[in-house]
Design a protein. Structure first.
Length: 158
């Protein structure tokens, strides 16, 4: 149980750190995220909320930890899909076009294009150590999923 508390605290701190970096890259460095980049933040937000809930409620640890695991596995899948789009393995889906309402005429289309800076899911606008953020997030999400599997298993050993 103590090791789980340490792991959950570490994941909580890492999630806050990861979101801080994402928002820094977006708002301070000026790199606009695509829609998949924004979706890939959801597991970290969920982890912050759910891990806080574990500590506040001090019950339902295994159920909440299982939910966190599901979020990180889903995040790994979305990140891998995003990585695949960047590498040309997959084509962009409708998710990459979210936020664009279908204009009724060409004037609305031109006006919308002027107002909206569209970022394609296949365009890598920021790299760290030569890797895209989708690549890094895929690796991190897989690692966090593995850690959460250990956490869930440890709750069963009481």
């Amino acid at each position: 149980m103590n090791s789980n508390k340490l792991l959950l605290n570490s994941i909580l701190a890492f999630s806050v750190f990861s979101l801080s970096i994402a928002y820094f890259i977006q708002y301070v460095l000026g790199h606009k995220p695509c829609n998949l980049c924004i979706i890939e933040r959801i597991p970290y937000i969920a982890a912050i909320i759910l891990i806080s809930l574990v500590f506040i409620l001090n019950k339902y640890h295994r159920i909440i930890s299982s939910l966190i695991l599901i979020f990180f596995v889903s995040g790994a899948l979305v990140s891998f899909y995003h990585f695949g789009i960047e590498q040309g393995f997959f084509s962009e889906s409708l998710v990459c076009d979210l936020g664009l309402n279908q204009p009724l005429n060409k004037e609305e289309l031109l006006n919308q294009l002027k107002q909206t800076e569209i970022v394609s899911c296949k365009d890598v606008t920021y790299r760290f150590l030569g890797l895209s953020l989708a690549t890094i997030n895929t690796i991190i999400s897989i690692i966090l999923s593995g850690i959460m599997i250990l956490v869930v298993k440890n709750y069963g050993k009481n």
